[in-house]
Write a protein that binds this ligand. Structure first.
Ligand code: AGP
Length: 607
């Protein structure tokens, strides 16, 4: 996943390109580069962040048309040479690419055999040479891109500059691209909210689309057809600039935004008087809800953990068999798709290639799949065509926090709605709805009184590994806490259902090994406390997330952190918060780059 931005119009391109890249850096930040057209093409690129690129862009680099790229490395190390843009040998073609060219090795070998001198290790560079060869054969900019794309297999979000041609040619297949139309200018970007600084009039490129941008006009095309006028839509979800405000990092800001983002997610979606949920986007009648034979929830990373919580909530409230699936495995395991079943693709960005591929596989086999997505108009939302927006607002930190909470809350509402169409009683429904409506305030109260986070940081920050344990709905919370600490503080973590610990992981424990145990006062409490004893018997240091008032549980811990009491199936919405804070503060204490952790990106748009 990389960030792509382009501009053609009457303004000086370099500063616009760099601003566009800054907003896209969450998509990858190994290296960055720009290409600017001023009759000839000039490029400037380097490893590091956009702030590093800014220092090397020559002041004499001027032009009113350009393309820009921020990279998350897939093929080729993080080096200046492998940074985008890539040039043809004579410098007359420049390309930036997001995606994977699957047959790049054969193409590289062929190009070398043809005498081409390759400058990088990347798969993307082949596109510059293929397009250039088509231009040498007299093809137009658009047709040279079309010919090149017929020679490659894979995915692309691609922008191409041509010397002496005031045009940008774009193409999309599997990696998102949006085109923005301004007054006498045009833009292209990897996601729509980057465009809203400049324009709300946009074209969402679909797989197989190409676009020709000139100053103020966009024409679209397909590989086998001519030019056509695109459908222009108005981008209505403008998140504007997510500003840091008084926070030192977006991750901490977004942790503290959870009370409000949860309110945005829950508001208007519950009916207390009959103990029900009301998710408009689901568009299923009670009769249809009654006839669903089983449900499948699909996601990656944090979204997968939300699926694992949601699975338990659906089975608890609605008694419908439900499974959660790793999106990257789903399509390749030749899944049995039932046309009557209900599938959910869960994704904050709505651009995760693994999850999008699962959606397409389900649809290919006649299944009905809905999105549970944060980014409005994203590829997964569009591909599903219906579902639930979780309304977290822009989540800039690579480590997902508020989106997890809103995914869990959305799935809880769906569970109640499905349950009330089946056997969930009005009283049980009311109890769940009441508890859910209290959650935002409870999260706010906890954030105002966080407990012994700093002690917990001291216990984990120098550890060789940290073990996270939980049972029932706390087991996926343990996985989520482990993922957070791994991805921002680079500490090896293991997460297990607490009952599994004695079947192997306990071997890791020695004196002062930190073990984080999530232990709300639910039906798993006794057994979880037994596991705590087993860990203590091996000298482990116990960090226990427990319910306010449960002094017995607190007494079993070296470090006890209390969270408010809530409905058993909603406890993840509270127990996850201290784990988010633990990860954040540990990362800060260790001097890690909290919002842009090494090797990661916010949206993984390659399979
Ligand atoms: C979570 O902190 C990670 N950034 C990552 O696991 C993320 O949840 C995963 O890549 C899925 O992203 P999505 O929700 O945008 O699909």
């Amino acid at each position: 996943m990389c960030g792509i931005f382009g501009y053609i119009g009457d303004k000086n391109a370099p500063s616009l390109l760099l601003n566009g890249l800054r907003k896209l850096e969450y998509r990858g930040y190994d290296s960055a580069g720009i290409a600017v057209l001023n009759s000839e093409i000039s490029i400037s690129k380097c490893t590091g962040r956009v702030s590093d690129l800014e220092k090397v862009v020559p002041s004499e680099m001027v032009g009113k048309c350009g393309i820009a790229h921020t990279r998350w490395a897939t093929h080729g190390a993080v080096t200046d040479e492998n940074a985008h843009p890539h040039l043809s040998e004579d410098g007359s073609v420049a390309i930036i690419h997001n995606g994977i060219i699957e047959n790049h090795r054969a193409l590289r070998n062929w190009l070398v055999a043809e005498g081409v001198i390759l400058r990088s290790e990347t798969d993307s560079e082949v596109l510059a040479h293929l397009i250039h060869r088509a231009r040498e054969d007299g093809l137009s900019p658009l047709n040279s891109v079309k010919r090149a794309l017929k020679q490659v297999r894979g995915t692309w979000g691609l922008c191409v500059l041509f010397a002496n041609e005031d045009v940008i040619v774009c193409a999309r297949n599997g990696s998102p691209l949006w085109v923005g139309l301004g007054d006498g200018e045009a833009f292209v970007a990897s996601d729509s909210h980057v465009l809203t600084t400049h324009t709300r009039d946009a074209v969402h490129l679909e797989d197989g689309d190409l676009a020709v941008l000139t100053a103020g006009e966009v024409k679209t095309s397909r590989i086998g057809s001519g030019l056509s006028d695109p459908t222009i839509i108005t981008i209505d979800e403008s998140w504007g600039e997510a500003e840091l405000g008084d926070f030192p990092h977006f991750m901490l800001k977004e942790i503290h935004e959870q009370p409000e983002s949860l309110r945005q997610c829950i508001s208007g979606r519950t009916l207390l008087k009959n103990g029900n949920g009301k998710l408009g986007g689901i568009e299923l009648s009670p009769k249809q809800l009654l006839n669903i034979p089983h449900i499948r929830l699909i996601g990656c990373g944090t979204a997968l953990h939300a699926c694992q919580v949601g699975r338990l909530a659906i089975e608890e409230f609605a008694r419908v068999p439900t499974q959660s699936h790793v999106a990257s495995e789903f399509k390749y395991n030749n899944p049995v798709i039932s046309p009557n079943a209900l599938y959910f693709a869960v994704s904050q960005s709505g651009e995760t290639a693994d999850t999008l591929a699962a959606v397409k596989e389900i649809q290919l086999k006649g299944g009905q799949v809905m999105g549970i997505v944060n980014v409005v108009g994203s590829s997964i939302a569009r591909q599903c065509g219906r579902g639930i927006y979780i309304h977290s607002g822009p989540e800039q930190a690579v480590a997902s926090t508020k989106a997890f909470s809103n995914m869990v809350a959305s799935l809880a509402i769906f569970s109640i709605q499905l349950g009330r169409a089946r056997n969930l009683s009005i009283d049980a429904g009311k109890s769940a709805v009441r508890a859910l409506n209290k959650i935002p305030k409870q999260v706010e109260n906890y954030l105002a009184n966080q407990g012994s986070i700093s002690e917990a940081v001291e216990a984990v920050k120098n550890a060789n590994h940290v073990l996270f344990l939980g049972r029932g709905p706390s087991a996926p919370v343990a996985r989520e806490g482990a993922l957070k600490l791994m991805e921002v503080a680079y500490i090896p973590c293991l997460a297990y259902p607490a009952g599994e610990m004695k079947h192997g992981p306990i071997a890791l424990l020695e004196k002062d090994s930190p073990v984080v145990v999530i232990c709300p006062n639910d039906k798993f409490r006794e057994k979880t406390l037994s596991n705590v004893q087993e860990c203590k018997a091996r000298g482990a240091k116990i960090i226990l997330i427990h319910e306010e008032g449960d002094e017995e549980a607190a007494g079993e811990a070296d470090i006890a952190i209390a969270v408010p009491k809530t409905h058993n199936m909603l406890s993840p919405l509270l127990t996850v918060i201290p784990l988010q804070l633990l990860a954040y503060h540990t990362a800060v204490d260790l001097g890690c780059d909290v919002d842009k952790p090494r090797n990661l990106a916010k949206s993984v748009t390659v399979e």
